[in-house]
Design a protein around this ligand. Structure first.
Ligand code: IP8
Length: 260
């Protein structure tokens, strides 16, 4: 396991999901201010929110590889670059050293190009550069494209780098045992076969990649590779800092396989 914080910024934190193409610049600036405090290598992945998902819905594009409208491919990709620029510029203003990396630079299809992923770590470790990548539409060969979610990128990167901290920041405090009482699950050990230990909101809305349920699935996948995964509320950026330091006061830890 390497000293590294792999942080996913969910679309629900960095954009207003119900307002097309609108970034939550206040939240982004708060997170930039938190990330610059981290005294360890960091890699950031961000989601699409009301940028990528807005256009993916309009052009009926999904994670399933298919010959989608090439104009949709152009528009979805451009919207993600635009959101990435907002985040990168905010981090620069905060004094961090972000480096934008489209996922096609280190993946092929939905698989890692391991040497390129390791290079991201080397950049983060050598001199505090923070690679910032994102969910995107990617080429799958021939006329086919697919949406590759930021959550899937978390698994792809974690598998190669085995980061010491894996953090998903969303707009909720963690995983709720019960949506009505909002009772937070502090630790999740393993997916139960009979009956889910968690309740998922049915309001996936405009999210083409599966919202919270998808995040939890990826978190379990990463935990099964031997890493704890923390889900925190990114609207309280200090919780990202605490999680990176191994302290989780308000959040959910998906416990790594093998830990009692
Ligand atoms: O928000 C999806 O990334 P996610 C990105 O992490 C696009 O699921 C292009 C919809």
């Amino acid at each position: 396991m390497q000293k590294l914080a792999l942080v996913k910024l969910g679309g629900s934190v960095i954009t207003f999901k119900d307002k097309a193409l609108t970034a939550n610049t206040g939240a982004i600036d708060g997170i930039s201010g938190a990330l610059v405090q981290l005294d360890m290598p960091v890699i950031v992945v961000h989601g699409g929110g009301s940028f990528g998902h807005h256009w993916s819905v309009q052009y009926d594009m999904h994670t399933k590889p298919a010959p989608y409208d090439p104009h949709g491919v152009a528009v979805v990709h451009e919207s993600m670059i635009a959101l990435n620029q907002i985040i990168v510029n905010s981090m620069i203003k905060a004094g961090a050293n972000p480096y934008a990396v489209a996922p096609c630079m280190f993946t092929t299809g939905h698989k890692a190009i391991a040497a390129k992923v390791r290079q991201l770590y080397e950049m983060a470790k050598a001199n505090n550069v923070i690679p910032v990548t994102f969910g995107d539409v990617v080429h799958m060969g021939g006329r086919k494209y697919s949406i590759l979610s930021g959550d899937a990128l978390m698994s792809i990167i974690a598998k190669v780098l085995k980061p010491s901290r894996v953090i998903f920041a969303t707009n909720v405090d963690g995983i709720y045992r019960d949506m009505k009482t909002r009772e937070l699950v502090q630790e999740l050990k393993s997916a139960r076969r009979n009956g889910d230990p968690v309740e998922f909101s049915k309001t996936a809305g405009a999210d083409v990649t599966g919202g919270m349920q998808r995040k939890v699935r990826e978190a379990f996948k990463i935990a099964s590779m031997g890493m704890d995964v923390v889900l925190v509320n990114g609207l309280y950026p200090e919780r990202i800092v605490q999680a990176a330091h191994g302290e989780v006061q308000t959040g959910t830890v998906v416990v790594k396989k093998g830990r009692k």
